[in-house]
Design a protein around this ligand. Structure first.
Ligand code: PLP
Length: 451
């Protein structure tokens, strides 16, 4: 089945360009690289992809594009930021077309709501994956000078406490390789190229942001990718697994080969025996550790902060493996304090971070893990939904939601002095919401709203 996307790019002169494509990542790369000099956006680069909507009916896509092309800048921005008016137009699109196909929403909802059936060995599906990066541009070179925007958060509590809070929108870097994933993969892929490796191999859970980012970045950079996935039961019926798992589906669409392993085998993934088995099965590969964290990843994460960010007193980020915060600690200025919010329970993270940082004492951790990795309660879900409503920023429940909950709680408790300037890093993770919502739905609990 073919998919179509209507997308909006923000040009460097602030013009909002609307277009239609059957491959949003590829088309965005073409625009950004300036492959066509006569293209309207050529002289308006660099560009930012601020919105896209997926359709499986071309007529609906064309209708949608024509409609929003006529809109003012303000209305387009409102659409991009909060989905304003989208439902209305989508219902018009549906009425316009007799197709029974479903209209689907953003990245995070894509596989969840799509009716497409995937055949594990289908040539068609493989073709889709391989066509994904037709131009095969190196997303990491054109984004070399990438600087993501800091968005000021406006909330009554911030006014009351006289604290300024900004979010660095790393989540909008790229539709598929977003947040810290872009930073962590950048130098790893360069190193893999330098070593002339053809294959990337990495590890992750069934909803891992890192797995899907490696698959997409690998695909765009001409690498074959292998994902060692925790949970051998997922491999029994791949078709069914993919139908129910947006993360693995996207990775599969990008040509990733999966190896599903038991939890015990996964725990021993660093053993020599396991690594020999992998070499035997997959040949030579460039290994990217779980979560992508190694020295190359830290180097990439050191580029998150720019000289303009030196005006902030505090830098906040979520922690999984500790790679992202290590980069921030290394690049923070003398006067800045880095505050980490672990997504998981346990004291081991401090030692992990110390391994990657240069004996700096400018950081500490705050505990808002809600009981451990992927653990949550209703308060967290309610918070994520009200934060979206009040600020139009979507947070994920595993990392950035917990971080932001913690930051606002600390502000409420006067942890940050008056007139503090805080910069929180939005490290992405939005793609994982679809899987998380499935879990919530099964338990009949309130889901995370996407707009
Ligand atoms: C969205 C998101 N934010 C934050 C993190 C934490 O990053 P790190 O593992 O570098 O600590 C991760 C995990 O990789 C993540 O996926």
């Amino acid at each position: 089945m073919k998919l179509y996307y209507v997308y909006i790019l923000e040009c460097n002169d602030k013009f909002l360009y609307t277009g239609i494509t059957n491959n949003v990542a590829r088309r965005f790369n073409e625009h950004q690289q300036g492959l066509n000099e006569s293209c309207f956006t050529y002289k308006r680069r660099p560009l930012e992809l601020i919105f896209y909507q997926e359709f499986n009916d071309v007529e609906q896509a064309i209708f949608f594009e024509k409609k929003i092309k006529k809109w003012s800048r303000g209305k387009k921005l409102a659409l991009a930021n909060s989905g304003f008016d989208k439902l209305q137009i989508l219902s018009e699109c549906k009425n316009k077309s007799y197709s029974k196909n479903q209209i689907v929403s953003r990245l995070s909802l894509r596989a969840e709501s799509r009716s497409q059936k995937i055949n594990q060995n289908s040539e068609k599906e493989l073709g889709l994956s391989q066509n994904f990066g037709i131009a095969r541009p190196d997303i990491f070179s054109f984004q070399e000078t990438l600087v993501s925007k800091n968005q000021q958060i406006q909330l009554p509590i911030l006014e009351e406490k006289k604290v300024a809070l900004f979010l660095k929108r790393e989540d909008v870097i790229h539709p598929f390789v977003s947040g810290n994933k872009f930073r962590k993969l950048k130098y790893n892929l360069q190193e893999a190229k330098r070593q002339q490796k053809k294959n990337l191999l990495t590890f992750g859970g069934a909803f891992s942001n890192h797995i899907v980012a490696t698959a997409v970045a690998g695909n765009l950079n001409n690498f074959k990718t292998v994902g060692i996935i925790r949970g051998e039961e997922l491999g029994i019926d791949l078709e069914k697994t993919l139908e129910n798992n947006a993360t693995l589906k996207e990775a599969h669409r990008n040509g990733m080969t999966f190896e599903f392993v038991s939890r015990v085998a996964y725990k021993n993934k660093s053993s020599e025996e396991f690594s020999n088995q992998l070499k035997e099965k997959f040949g030579d590969f460039y290994l990217i550790p779980e979560g992508g964290t190694n020295d190359f990843a830290i180097k990439g994460c050191e580029e998150i902060l720019t000289s303009e960010d030196s005006k902030f007193d505090y830098i906040c980020c979520a922690i999984g493996t500790g790679g992202t915060i290590s980069g921030l600690i290394n690049s923070a200025k003398e006067h800045q304090k880095v505050v980490g919010f672990p997504a998981l329970k346990g004291d081991f993270l401090k030692d992990e971070i110390k391994k990657f940082t240069t004996k700096r004492e400018n950081w500490h951790l705050e505990q808002y893990h809600f009981g451990g990795y992927a653990k949550y309660n209703e308060e967290l879900i309610r918070f994520i939904n009200s934060f979206l409503e009040e600020t139009t920023v979507l947070l994920d429940p595993i990392y950035t939601g917990k971080m932001m909950f913690g930051i606002l709680d600390l502000i409420r408790k006067d942890h940050f002095p008056k007139n503090s300037k805080i910069l929180a890093i939005h490290t992405g993770g939005i793609q994982g919401i679809a899987g998380f919502n499935q879990k919530l739905k099964k338990k009949n609990q309130q889901v995370i709203h996407l707009k």
